[in-house]
Design a binder for this molecule. Structure first.
Ligand code: UDP
Length: 498
């Protein structure tokens, strides 16, 4: 009988296929995970439509050129079937109020994905949660499916909790704060702070049910987080929803050199390279920890009125700022005389910024964020206190983790806000300036917030180092897939014996 070591040596590399969703905030971390697994000997293939493949091609090519087994495999985006214009393959190409339309394409991708998976027969499929029916394909092929959840585990847990308990069904007012008992953290949420799809039996009703069923039938869930940040939800999630989770983050701290190089995820944005040079040169002239970096993710948009308040708030806060606005935002909202007044102390950048690289720059001292999960993880990794300005999706839940539970940030506004574009209230310049002051200025409270943020960065670094919790989780994930296959073979053998 061979030893455990022999058995390990006998194992051929796993072949894993990855299916990212059509959003940069899902695509970028999943490609990173595919890459980190390739570093551990996995043969990684990412299935992507042409536009999305182009966004990450330079990252994948560089990894392959460095000797890793990683590749992109393209499949056509079902533009005609889904009624989306040709070339619109990512939510960033749609106005934020219409980004849900990208989901119309998902059912139509099934034949192509089914064909590719059947043709190549990988050992497992790592599927974004948005493609729940990949569980059926995996079953047919006799391979495990693993869910990639592009949000944090607190958000994942609270969403599933709210959906299963229908916690807001009989609540009269949208802005009423409702206690959600039995979660690991005490939590009060207003219905307006949750995305529509968790609340009603809309077109999403059956879809969300399918997503949670597929999660439960999968081998487990991969999350870009780390035990010291959200560990309290690991046991909860397993106990209540019976789903195993591997925390593999903070992703931006694994192989951090390569994250800092180039224009990660901005592969088709012509301004990205130029933006990088401009930011780095400007930051090099600023004092350590003096700059407020403000960026709101890859697809969110604000009204002109809100952008104007934001400009005035950043100016009034009195700290140098680097502010990323979208190209589509136009210029008519720029306050009169603003550019003159902030010359030298404010840089407004249009388009794609090399966010991970900027956050880790010594001159940056705080992060104004919309609380997208990747941004939260990247801010935490850089040890930065955050001003939280959630806009939609699960971002309000993330805000509660950052501000109320872990106390590494301050809210841009204390009023109850809405996750729906049409109901959004304006955050005033004075509110933003006050929030920035509360984490940047002198004083015990602000210093406490900054210290806790630095401590979480240390813990995040330890998690991804050799032997750290996330490093082990990546190994466990590989091992769990091997074990799944071993068990299957054993079960098949037994069936024959009988
Ligand atoms: N990002 C970037 N440059 C930008 C805007 C965004 O590099 O100008 C990256 C950011 O670092 C993060 C991702 O895009 O990795 C955004 O993901 P997040 O979950 O924060 O927000 P979403 O895009 O889903 O709103």
């Amino acid at each position: 009988m061979g030893s455990v070591a022999d058995a390990a040596a006998d194992r051929r590399p796993l072949r894993l296929f990855f299916i990212p969703y059509f959003a940069s905030s899902h695509l970028i971390p999943l490609v990173d995970i595919a890459r980190f697994l390739a570093v551990r000997g996995v043969d990684s293939t990412i299935l992507a439509t042409p536009f999305n493949a182009a966004l990450v091609r330079s990252t994948v090519d560089a990894a392959a050129a460095a000797g890793l087994r990683i590749q992109l495999l393209e499949y056509p985006f079902p533009s005609e079937e889904s009624g989306l214009p040709p070339g619109v393959e990512n939510i960033s190409a749609l106005p934020s109020s219409e980004c849900y339309k990208i989901d119309h394409a998902i059912p139509f991708t099934r034949p192509a994905l089914e064909h590719l998976l059947g043709l190549h027969r990988p050992d497992a499929v790592v599927s974004d949660a948005h493609f729940p029916w990949t569980i059926d394909i995996a079953r047919e092929l006799g391979i495990p499916r693993i869910t990639f959840g592009a949000v944090g585990l607190m958000a994942y847990s609270v969403s599933q909790y709210v959906w299963e308990k229908q916690s807001f069904k009989d609540v009269a007012r949208d802005d009423e704060l409702v206690p959600l008992p039995d979660l690991p953290h005490p939590l009060l949420l207003a219905r307006s702070e949750l995305p529509d799809f968790l609340l009603q039996h809309t077109v999403y009703g059956s879809a969300i049910e399918e997503v949670y069923d597929a999660d439960k039938a999968s081998l487990g869930l991969i999350i870009n987080s780390f035990t010291e940040f959200e560990g309290i939800y690991l046991d909860y999630f397993r106990r209540v929803f019976e789903i195993k989770t591997w925390f593999v983050g903070p992703i931006s701290l694994i192989d951090s050199e390569s994250h800092r190089r180039g224009v990660r995820g901005g592969g088709v944005n012509p301004a990205a390279v130029e933006n990088r040079a401009r930011c780095l040169s400007w930051l090099s002239e600023q004092k350590p920890s003096s700059v407020v970096y403000a960026c709101f993710g890859s697809w969110s948009q604000f009204s002109g009125e809100q952008l104007r308040e934001m400009a005035l708030g950043l100016e009034a806060a009195g700290h140098p700022f680097l502010w990323v606005v979208r190209e589509a935002d136009g210029t008519e909202w720029i306050p009169h005389g603003f550019e003159q007044r902030v010359k030298g102390c404010g840089l407004v950048l249009r388009g794609w910024a090399p966010q991970v690289e900027l956050l880790s720059h010594a001159a940056v001292g705080a992060f104004v964020t919309h609380c997208g999960w990747n941004s939260i993880m990247e801010g935490v990794s850089a040890g930065l206190p955050m001003v939280t300005w959630p806009i939609g999706a699960e971002q309000f839940i993330n805000e509660k983790l950052v501000v109320e539970q872990l106390r590494v940030g301050a809210k841009a506004s204390d009023s109850i806000r809405s996750a729906t574009d049409s109901n959004r209230t304006i955050v005033k310049a004075t509110e933003l300036a006050r929030a920035i002051g509360s984490i940047m200025d002198a004083g015990e409270a602000a210093e406490g917030t900054r210290r806790r943020a630095r401590e979480f960065a240390e813990k995040g670094r330890a998690a991804v180092e050799k032997g750290g919790s996330s490093d082990k989780a990546l190994n466990d994930l590989i091992e769990d897939i091997y074990v799944w296959h071993d068990n299957r073979k054993t079960a098949a053998g037994k069936a024959v014996d009988i």
